[in-house]
Ligand binder design. Structure first.
Ligand SMILES: NC(=O)c1ccc[n+]([C@@H]2O[C@H](COP(=O)([O-])OP(=O)(O)OC[C@H]3O[C@@H](n4cnc5c(N)ncnc54)[C@H](O)[C@@H]3O)[C@@H](O)[C@H]2O)c1
Length: 338
């Protein structure tokens, strides 16, 4: 049985807590939040002890894992403190807002020989894992294009409205769109040759809607649209359409079933995906599936001392680096080459 602390009892902290409560080898020992009432109510739900400050749990030797679900601008400070306290760490995405900060986090974890995983959940999301598996096996032939879409109403649930503050979240570019950037890089296993981005910008909120075209080696074209400036009644949606030589794979989170494979020979297949619904009321996602597989993977790899393969700290730094290239394209209006 491993004992862990969740730092940050907001939307993601609550989602992660729900997953840990379903794992037999994990005890949520502590919940930390500077908003005492948040820490208390989540701790009561899972039989944990609430704390106001992370320093209190970093000092506890019986807590060996910390899960950092804090606003992005705080990731660096708390990951480094946790590493210095010798804890194994899972930290929400994006790793940080600058490469300098991200590298300091990775270096601190390496120096202290603690495990560090950045929670890029889309790599574990069943429909995205499905296409990755089939791409790797070459089941549908060569990939020609992939289009990824992620659209949401404005995220107004955050502590101090931090998500809508560009300096603290990086806007939709760093917070929302990075999910698809990270997935495209994971799927193809390499960086693009070049990219070009356009988007909608506001001084306070940063880029709220981004459209990027990526040219990959071998003539593969990827496109991703990410925006959180939809009307408040617009249902959160994530989608992809992957066009292969022998089939088109179509995923739409708002459809039932979510996945359809259209083969060039006329067959249509609807692969079944297992659902796990979350009880968390804040935020825009109700499916526990990806979070469950992600956290289960993290715990299993820490407990059995196995190297992370699906997402390494370097992968998280690279996804941030590609988003920063997109920012350069957005600001200059130029195609950025790698
Ligand atoms: N993987 C995903 O699908 C996904 C979805 C949403 C958010 N996220 C990421 O999760 C992280 C958290 O986002 P969120 O939506 O849960 O935010 P949130 O605002 O709902 O929760 C953050 C919590 O941190 C607490 N907090 C702030 N400063 C603190 C401090 N110094 N010490 C202790 N507690 C403190 C706040 O009180 C709040 O409860 C972000 O990095 C975000 O990008 C990931």
């Amino acid at each position: 049985m491993v004992r862990l602390a969740i730092i940050g009892a907001g939307f993601m902290g609550s989602m992660h807590a729900e997953v840990y409560s379903q794992l037999p080898n994990v005890k949520i020992a502590a919940i930390v939040d500077e908003r005492g009432e948040k820490a208390k109510s989540l701790a009561e739900k899972y039989g944990a002890i609430p704390y106001l400050s992370a320093d209190q749990v970093f000092a506890k030797s019986d807590i060996t894992i910390v899960d950092i679900c804090l606003p992005t601008f705080l990731h660096k400070e708390f990951v480094i403190k946790a590493a210095e306290a010798g804890k194994d760490i899972i930290c929400e995405k994006p790793i940080a807002l600058t490469i300098e900060d991200a590298k300091k986090m990775v270096d601190a974890c390496r120096k202290k020989k603690v495990r560090f995983m950045v929670a890029h959940v889309i790599r574990f999301w069943p429909e995205y894992a499905f296409i990755k598996r089939n791409y790797d096996q070459g089941r549908y032939g060569k990939l020609i294009t992939i289009t990824c879409t992620r659209l949401s109403p404005r995220p107004t649930w955050g502590w101090q409205n931090w998500l809508l503050d560009n300096s603290r979240s990086g806007g939709a570019l760093f917070d929302l769109h990075i999910h698809d950037v990270d997935f495209i890089l994971y799927l193809l296993g390499q960086n693009p040759v070049s990219l070009y981005s356009v988007g909608t910008f506001s001084q306070e909120e940063g880029y709220t809607h981004v459209f990027t075209t990526y040219n990959f080696p071998g003539g593969i074209t990827a496109f991703a649209e990410g925006g959180w400036d939809m009307t408040s009644n617009f249902p959160f949606e994530m989608k992809f359409i992957a066009q292969f030589e022998k089939a088109v794979v179509d995923f739409d989170s708002t459809s039932t079933p979510t996945l359809t494979v259209y083969y060039a020979d006329g067959r249509v297949e609807r692969p079944q995906i297992e659902r796990k619904t979350s009880q968390v009321s804040e935020g825009n996602i109700s499916d526990l599936g990806g979070y469950y597989f992600e956290i289960n993977y993290f715990i299993d790899h820490v407990v059995h001392n196995k190297e992370f393969q699906i997402i390494t700290p370097e992968d998280a730094v690279n996804s941030l680096a590609v988003v920063l290239k997109e920012l350069e394209s957005l600001k200059t209006g130029k195609i950025i080459t790698f």
